[in-house]
Design a binder for this molecule. Structure first.
Ligand SMILES: Cc1cc2nc3c(=O)[nH]c(=O)nc-3n(C[C@H](O)[C@H](O)[C@H](O)COP(=O)(O)O)c2cc1C
Length: 263
C-alpha cells in the first residue's frame, strides 16, 4: 500500500484479536521508532509498554497486549512535533497490518506516565494500543464510532481557503488536491478536525480553529497534536519546508495561526 492508500484505509482500531505482536513485527516497529523525524526538529522518544507487566488498559480498547507511547521535552511546539512523529508511526504500523488508536483522554494517565517513567520537564501526551484488528468490532466500539461520527469528515470547502477565509480553495494541481485530501481524512481528537489551511502567496498557512469547551489541560493543547497530524499528512504528500511566519491574515475568533508550509 502506498502512503495515500494507508491514509485512506486507516481507522482507529479498538477491538484486537488478542494475539501478541509477532517478533518480526515487533523488531520492525522497534527499529522504526528509534528515530522518527519531524520538521520542528524536536526529538520524540518512543517506547513500548507491555499491558500485563504494567497493568495497563483503556475502557474503550479490548484484546490488546501492548501500547506505544512517546515522551517529549516541554518546549514550544512540542504538541505539533509529537503529532507529526506519532502519526508517522501510526501509518507505519498500519503498513504492517497493525492497528492503533490515538488515545489522549480515555486512559488512566498517571498509570501510563508511571510505566513510561515520565520525568519532570517531559510530556507524554498520548498512547496507542498496538495489535492485530479483530474480525468484528466490539459493540462498544461500533457505538462509539457512531456517537462521534468517526466515519464522517468536513468538506474541503469548510477546511481549505484561498487568500482569505471566505474563499474556498480550488486548484487544478493534482498533488495539492491530494495533499489537502490527506489532511481532510486525518484522525483528530473527538473527530473535531480543527485544521484550516489558507493558501496565500504560494504558501500554505495552517490554522487551528479551537473547538469550544476543548480547554487546554495542564499547559498543553490536544488540538495542537491534531495540527501535527495534519502537517504530517500534508508534507508527507507534497513535501515543502516548514516555517513559523504568521502572515497576519485576519481570522475568525478562536482561530490560531500554527505554521506555514512553503513549497
Ligand atoms: C490527539 C488525539 C486524541 C484522541 N484521543 C482518543 C481517546 O482518548 N479515546 C478514543 O477512543 N479515541 C481517541 N482518538 C481517536 C479519534 O476519536 C478518532 O481518530 C476519530 O474519531 C476519527 O476516527 P478514525 O481514527 O477511525 O478515522 C484520538 C485522536 C487523536 C488524534
Amino acid at each position: 500500500m502506498d502512503r495515500m492508500e494507508l491514509i485512506r484505509t486507516r481507522r482507529s482500531v479498538r477491538t484486537f484479536d488478542g494475539r501478541p505482536l509477532r517478533a518480526e513485527d515487533m523488531s520492525k516497529l522497534r527499529e522504526y521508532m528509534q528515530q522518527i523525524p519531524n520538521p520542528y526538529g524536536i526529538p520524540v522518544r518512543f517506547l513500548l509498554l507491555d499491558v500485563e507487566e504494567h497493568g495497563l488498559g483503556s475502557p474503550v480498547i479490548v484484546g490488546e497486549n501492548c501500547y506505544v507511547t512517546a515522551k517529549v521535552d516541554r518546549v514550544p511546539h512540542s504538541e505539533e512535533a509529537y503529532g507529526y512523529s506519532f502519526e508517522k508511526l501510526v501509518l507505519y504500523a498500519w503498513s504492517l497490518g497493525i492497528g492503533t488508536t490515538w488515545i489522549g483522554g480515555t486512559m488512566k494517565r498517571s498509570l501510563f506516565e508511571r510505566a513510561a517513567g515520565v520525568q519532570e520537564g517531559e510530556w507524554m501526551f498520548c498512547v496507542s494500543p498496538l495489535g492485530y484488528p479483530a474480525e468484528k468490532m466490539s459493540v462498544r466500539e461500533s457505538v462509539m464510532r457512531k456517537t462521534i461520527k468517526a466515519d464522517e469528515r468536513k468538506s474541503a470547502a469548510q477546511l481549505f481557503f484561498d487568500g482569505d477565509f471566505s474563499t474556498p480553495l480550488t486548484t487544478e494541481d493534482e498533488k495539492v488536491r491530494d495533499a489537502l485530501e490527506m489532511v481532510r481524512l486525518a484522525p483528530s481528537a473527538t473527530n473535531s478536525q480543527p485544521w484550516r489551511i489558507l493558501r496565500a502567496g504560494g504558501a500554505f498557512h495552517f490554522y487551528l480553529a479551537h473547538t469550544k469547551g476543548y480547554s487546554s489541560r495542564a499547559g498543553w493543547d490536544m488540538q495542537k497534536i491534531d495540527m501535527g497530524i495534519a502537517l504530517c499528512h500534508f508534507m508527507g504528500t507534497l513535501g515543502g519546508e516548514l516555517a513559523l511566519a504568521d502572515p497576519g491574515i485576519p481570522t475568525a475568533e478562536g482561530t490560531e495561526y500554527i505554521a506555514t508550509v512553503k513549497l
